[in-house]
Design a protein around this ligand. Structure first.
Ligand SMILES: Nc1ncnc2c1ncn2[C@@H]1O[C@H](COP(=O)(O)OP(=O)(O)OP(=O)(O)O)[C@@H](O)[C@H]1O
Length: 590
């Protein structure tokens, strides 16, 4: 696939840096002004060579003139040094650090407040790159890039103007350099973007293959197929190397041509200047001075091509940061309300995921009274988890209302809404912290005793106290040694400590063996005492006692009632029940 190339104009990069500066924008503008003054002064200092050399080689030596131009040279150099130093104050005064911090803070707020649906659409690696390298790429470069770019443009420009005053013909020869440098500049940018696009694609593939290789190593060893995967990884490493090699090779050409162009300008000045000297229209010292000055420009001018790819890097990094900062949080509609009881009601609810055409939830209606248990069953992909996620306002529904205790969840603050709900998923995420803190995160104010009580109720106190450091054992040290059932019981202890009046159980025992399932089920029984419970389950035997069972198919509720009622109905639920009973009998026979 051909990626459309986009150049960020200098003006765009300038706007980006202003936007990034936030409340430091005035300091940044001041530093740009100081850099501009500094490089004008530097150009003037160089230009003083003309009168200085002229008076040095004048037929009658006038010492005062020599001193005057020498002091002027020193003066302009001094001004250039001081203004440049003050201009860099923008970095040294800590503004760059402050801006980096501000952007990361804003990104953090955006992550905390963006709809969960949007958050889950990002890959972890993508967000990590935005937070770390993209912020550095844009902010850390801004002061340095601004100063470099202004130097490259302003110093030669000032010198050309000064040369115009001394001898317009020499100035015109110098100007040849500019129109010829522009295509080189465009070419370098095109090459840099091409290389970056190819490198990013191939590097992403290398990362994916590497992760797959590491994660699948145990399986691959078991089936004796390590070689094949290693070969794929090796191919990716080779492709990345080739792209880097090609990029370096091709990327050097514009630099070489720029060097040749500068040499050519020098030779042109020398050659044409010699003609002017021959017909007595140019002084030798003026030609000498202009050669010295142009020679001094070689380095900054060749830097121009090196600076160019940095602009595109800044531009693309900034766009990624901005795309995250622009995500709007879900709106809390007025009047903001709190609920007093915990029944749950879905009324005519439709929901379609982002960028999807088909409704995941279609015209759902049900009422779940306070302190009752409702089970959601149905085939894989029918919409069970989506229904549960919508209660937590995972995303906004397109039609209908969802209420808790009679209050539309869109009228509740995220805090008030989430205070109501505890969730236990099939996959448990434990943070790299102590077990104590992993449980306490559900209620940061809980005392050690309260955490231990919750762990006791979730039947995990015993195995925790057997660990080397008990509750202070770090998950990172023993993460791999905890069984699925033990991890699940820690997550249930968290939920018990939170003591939210609504509990959502999304197949928490589905991945466990029978023994672990019994232990986890006992913990769940403690958790759900006296709560409004929503259970998603494949194994119907676990929900036979529910007050209401919703049978979902293709995002719609097709049957509802108690287990006995649904069995009597002899519909979809009955068929599922019968199928599971048969499997159970077969496994008992076997
Ligand atoms: N983030 C998402 N973006 C787009 N479509 C999604 C997303 N999450 C789920 N879906 C789709 O929505 C439908 C319902 O998914 P859901 O996870 O609610 O089903 P489920 O009944 O819980 O399935 P399972 O029992 O396998 O967990 C499926 O077709 C699924 O592919």
């Amino acid at each position: 696939m051909k990626t459309k190339m986009k150049f960020a104009s200098i003006y765009e990069v300038y706007k980006i840096t202003l936007e990034l500066s936030g409340k430091h924008v005035n300091s940044f503008k001041k530093s740009l002004l100081l850099f501009t003054l500094s490089f004008i002064a530097q150009g003037l200092a160089f230009s003083m060579f003309y009168p200085f050399l002229k008076s040095l080689f004048a037929p009658t030596l006038i010492i005062n003139d020599i001193w005057l131009y020498f002091i002027l040279m020193l003066f302009f150099s001094g001004i250039s040094f001081i203004t440049k130093w003050k201009g860099h104050d923008f970095d040294y005064a800590g503004n760059i650090v402050e801006i980096t911090h501000d952007i990361r803070t804003k990104l953090g707020i955006s992550l905390r407040t963006m709809p969960l649906e949007k958050l889950s659409s990002y890959k972890t690696g993508e967000l990590n790159a935005v937070f770390s390298s993209n912020v550095d790429e844009t902010v850390l470069h801004m002061g340095m890039m601004a100063s470099l770019f202004l130097q490259i443009v302003i110093v030669p420009f000032t010198i050309v103007i000064a040369t115009f005053i001394v001898d317009y013909r020499l100035a015109l020869i110098m100007l040849i350099l500019f129109p010829l440098a522009i295509p080189l500049y465009a070419w370098k940018r095109k090459l840099a973007i091409e290389e970056k696009t190819q490198f990013t694609t191939e590097n992403a593939s290398l990362e994916a293959r590497f992760i797959e290789y590491i994660q699948g190593l145990t399986v691959l060893r078991a089936v004796n197929k390590v070689g094949i995967n290693a070969q794929n990884l090796q191919n990716s490493i080779k492709n990345v190397k080739e792209i880097q090699k090609q990029g370096l090779y091709k990327g050097q050409l514009p630099f070489v041509l720029m060097g040749i162009l500068i040499e050519f300008t020098l030779l042109a000045i020398l050659f044409i200047g010699a003609w002017f000297i021959k017909d007595n229209s140019l002084a030798l010292v003026t030609l000498g001075a202009s050669i010295i000055i142009v020679a001094r420009l070689t380095e900054p001018l060749s830097l121009l091509l090196g600076v160019v790819p940095m602009f595109d890097l800044m531009d693309s990094a900034f766009r990624k940061i901005k795309s995250i900062l622009e995500i709007k949080p879900l709106i809390i509609y007025e009047p903001i309300q709190k609920n007093n009881n915990f029944d749950i009601e879905f009324k005519n609810v439709d929901f379609t995921y982002l960028n999807q055409d088909k409704k995941a939830i279609n015209n759902i209606n049900f009422f779940m009274p306070n302190k009752t248990m409702t089970a959601i069953v149905g085939h894989s992909g029918c919409g069970k988890t989506t229904l549960a996620k919508l209660i937590m306002r995972y995303a906004d529904i397109q039609k209908g209302t969802i209420k808790i205790g009679g209050v539309n969840i869109q009228n509740m603050t995220a805090n008030d809404l989430m205070k109501n709900i505890s969730v236990v998923f099939q996959d448990v995420y434990l943070f790299d912290d102590t077990i104590m803190n992993n449980i306490r995160m559900a209620n940061p104010k809980a005392t050690d005793k309260e955490v231990e009580d919750a762990a006791n109720s979730a039947y995990c106190h015993e195995f925790i106290t057997r660990l080397p450091n008990g509750y202070n054992t770090k998950i990172g040290d023993i993460g791999g040694n905890l069984s699925g059932g033990e991890k699940q019981r820690i997550s249930i202890a968290r939920a018990i400590l939170k003591n939210a009046p609504i509990v959502i159980l999304d197949e928490p025992t589905a991945a466990l063996d029978t023994q672990s399932e019994v232990a986890v089920q006992r913990a769940i029984d403690k958790l759900v005492e006296d709560k409004t419970i929503i259970v998603i389950a494949h194994r119907l035997s676990t929900i036979a006692g529910a007050d209401n069972i919703l049978v979902v198919n293709n995002g719609e509720i097709v049957e509802s009632g108690t287990h006995d009622e649904l069995v009597k109905e002899k519909g979809k639920y009955f068929n599922m029940w019968q199928a599971q009973q048969r499997v159970k009998e077969w496994s008992l026979d076997a």
